[in-house]
Write a protein that binds this ligand. Structure first.
Ligand SMILES: Nc1nc2c(c(=O)[nH]1)N[C@H]1C(S)=C(S)[C@@H](COP(=O)(O)OP(=O)(O)OC[C@H]3O[C@@H](n4cnc5c(N)ncnc54)[C@H](O)[C@@H]3O)O[C@H]1N2
Ligand code: MOO
Length: 452
């Protein structure tokens, strides 16, 4: 486990007061480590989990050469260019009931999709390409197929003894199906990551509290809850924590005992009344950054200690606000937790989560696919952009009638404006060195449809 100072020394040109967005990912890659504990789960319970071990195929899939069509199997060498071919039907091969006889030249076997290819035959003509004489013979029209057509090979999906799915792969619906196709009822996955989160600030109201002047309702806990839940992590909601040292200390300690990672929002800038920064410093090894980006400039990152504290279980944890709830299963190792101290502004929370926290949590979850893919789309509007910082604009990606991807922004880009985030399906990423964007320029978009 490396300290903040050690990681900083490894990164060329590391400047906590003017960090580039790309350097944040490089830093977090060094800070976080994959969880090592594993569990074996039945397939129906494993959706969205990360494989802890390679899945080695105990069988070949498909187990035999078989037909991809309902039709007639024959030896394809008999096909002649420009000529129809007439064959005598000598039997039928059904899926699950093979034809075991021999097939001579000039003969074929009626075959169903999935049925084992009779010995010596290599080609299947779909039924609709043939005519029947009403008796034993069928005729294949000229030039409708080639030798080898419509035959599926043994093991063309998976070969016995081969790695069907590598450790670190996410168990998607397709992956569940693949494991099931091998006849395996269970998989070994990395245990679920536990992430605790709370909002800070005296002006933050919990839902259920009466509105008061200067105060705003806590939205960050709800976006963070949603973002985490979509990732399949176990969430530990610690509510809204007022800006008082004793309350902050209790929240951080509880979080570090129970969770692998802690996400806070607010209190990481230079405001006067902020005890949050002080408490992060007191309880952990934490870096405070100003990132050259917009939104999401201030951020705190590090580790909050937990080892010296007694382990607690869920039953002793107290919800700290009227609408908070607990959801965890058993105690954490107590070795402390990675801290992501996000800025308070609601859109800055989402942007820093998507750009930095999500890839880092995926890495902790054991996933080997952590970087969000960027798509290229044509900008339908001009955007002002200063080189020297990364900007994330809320964008709506659509497919133009000619099939190209295009993107426009979704309105007010203020870092507290959630309505434009709701209308967006991605973040337009204007990179560090990039300048103004003209109508028709290509831009990168981090699409989050289906992700959040
Ligand atoms: N002198 C400077 N001032 C500020 C800087 C700076 O670099 N120098 N950075 C600005 C930026 S950028 C941001 S972002 C904010 C971040 O400040 P904090 O992380 O300390 O956050 P707060 O001041 O507590 O809150 C900022 C803003 O967000 C609202 N907020 C906070 N928590 C929630 C919540 N749970 N739900 C909804 N809204 C929330 C809060 O009311 C404030 O409006 O600092 C700038 N200032
Ligand atoms: O982090 Mo701030 O959101 O750039 O306003």
């Amino acid at each position: 486990m490396k300290t903040i100072v050690q990681i900083a020394a490894e990164l060329q040109g590391y400047d906590p007061q003017a960090l580039k967005a790309a350097d944040v990912n490089a830093f977090l890659d060094r800070l976080v480590e994959p969880v090592t504990a594993t569990e074996e789960l039945p397939l129906f319970n494993a959706l969205g989990r990360v494989l802890a071990r390679d899945v080695v195929s105990p069988i070949s899939v498909p187990p035999h050469d078989n037909s991809a069509m309902d039709g007639y199997a024959f030896a394809g060498a008999q096909l002649t260019k420009g000529q129809p071919l007439t064959l005598r039907v000598v039997g039928t091969a059904l899926a699950g009931k093979a034809w075991t006889g021999t097939v001579a030249a000039g003969e074929c076997v009626k075959i169903m999709t999935g049925a084992i290819m009779p010995t010596g035959l290599d080609t299947v003509v779909p039924q609709e390409f043939t005519t029947s004489d009403g008796g034993e013979h069928i005729t294949i029209a000229a030039d409708v197929l080639q030798l080898g057509d419509n035959r599926r090979f043994k093991g063309e999906d998976l070969m016995e003894g081969g790695v069907a799915l590598a450790r670190g792969e996410l168990l998607t619906p397709a992956a569940l199906g693949l494991v099931a196709s091998l006849g395996l009822p269970t998989v070994t996955v990395v245990r679920r990551l536990r992430v605790a989160y709370f909002s800070t600030g005296d002006e933050i109201l919990s839902l259920g509290e009466a509105p008061r002047e200067g105060a705003v309702y806590d939205s960050n806990r709800y976006t963070v809850f949603g973002l985490l839940t979509r990732m399949g992590v176990e969430v530990i909601d610690l509510g809204v924590v007022r800006d008082e040292p004793a309350l902050l200390e209790a929240a951080f300690r509880q979080a570090a005992q129970q969770a692998d990672a802690i996400i806070t929002s607010g209190g990481v800038s230079v405001g006067e009344a902020d005890h949050t920064r002080t408490m992060m410093k007191k309880l952990g090894d934490v870096a405070f950054w100003r990132i050259a980006m917009r939104p999401g400039r201030p951020m705190a990152v590090g580790r909050i200690a937990g080892a010296e504290f007694e382990e607690k279980t869920a039953s002793t944890a107290q919800p700290s606000s009227p609408d908070s709830y607990q959801n965890n299963s058993g105690a954490h190792s107590g070795a402390g937790a990675v801290l992501f101290g996000l800025p308070g502004n609601p859109v800055a929370v989402m942007v820093t989560f998507l750009a930095f926290v999500r890839p880092a949590l995926l890495r902790m979850m054991g996933s080997t696919r952590t970087a969000p893919p960027l798509l290229r789309a044509i900008s339908t509007e001009a955007m002002r952009k200063k080189p020297g910082r990364t900007e994330y604009q809320r964008g709506l990606v659509t497919t133009a009638p000619d099939g190209t991807l295009q993107v426009c922004t979704t309105g007010n880009q203020g870092s507290g404006v959630l309505s434009s985030m709701v209308q967006a399906n991605g973040l337009i990423v204007l990179h560090h060195g990039q300048g103004n964007v003209a109508v028709g320029d290509m831009v990168d978009v981090m699409v989050f449809d289906g992700v959040i």
